[in-house]
Design a protein around this ligand. Sequence first.
Ligand SMILES: Cc1ncc(COP(=O)(O)O)c(C=O)c1O
Length: 348
Amino acid sequence: MRVIDLRSDTVTHPTPDMRRAIFEAEVGDDVFGEDPTVNRLEAMAAEKMGKEAALFVTSGTQGNLLAVLTHTKHGDEIILGDEAHILWYEVGGAATLGGVNMRTLPNDSGGCLDPDDVLLAIRERDIHCPETTLLCLENTHNRCGGTVLTIEYTNDVCDIAHSRGLKVHLDGARIFNAAVALGVPASALVQNVDSVSLCLSKGLSAPVGSLLCGSTAFIERARKLRKMLGGGMRQAGIVAAAGVVALESMVDRMADDHANARRLAQGLAAIKGIRLTHEHVPTNIVMFGLVPELSAEQFVAGLEEAGVRIIPLEGDLLRAVTHCEVSNPDIDEALTRIEAVCRRLRVR
Ligand SMILES: Cc1ncc(COP(=O)(O)O)c(C=O)c1O
């Protein structure tokens, strides 16, 4: 039985073109700045983001942590959403390694922070208070269901942060999903942020790596901090080569993943026992729940047996993600299998 793996877009494998590029990659010692393939990837990413420079990092988590470390000093406060990936899934690195206080504001269902809340949360200069130095945004927003921040919203909230002397970092692990969904260049979505991290190993299907992009001075500092974190990789062109292919050839096709996610959501909504928690599915993430009679644990185990994999989040919240290894017919097949599992569990 073919397994349909909807747990995450991170399960995607390198494509044949990527494997070829890896095999043929020209490499050098990247800590000395001598890996031509890494240099090429960094230049491409900087260009696509409209930033002066970029840094190849091991993961999205490392990119976000480096952004926090580079933009702030120990004891500062950063503002971020209460559903932010940085808060939930990055092992608290910003607090433990960066020594910053994470001040959370409610994310609305679209993954936005209310600009008025942001303004109010910025600390006045006061002997009692930490200094607020960074605002973190996320586009697309993972825990809000792959929602998209628009150019206008991002610019508005950047203006507020900048007017009070804060920097803005965007966790853009899936920034190309946002760009494809909105039909705009990714650079337009990040024009006013001070830094953006983007991932190669999610919907773009590369095996490893992310890029942190920003000004030349910012990236120079981040490069040194990457070394401190043990992220100075030597002949990293071996993996960067796949990243070059990812940026060249895997972006536009993500529209198919979005269409598949919408179809999956429509199909799920029609299955007895399932309720969509996020009706709007703008990109490749589908969030749903179950009626009280169905247990999430049994449901996920039943799907696993039926060859469909999804991720349980907390409570009865479940997540399915589409990607380049899930085809249009796979969606129909997944829905058939999911329906059968629901029927069996409801009858029991
Ligand atoms: C929005 C977002 N940011 C950052 C990350 C972290 O990426 P990595 O798993 O490469 O550390 C993820 C991973 O899923 C994510 O969804």
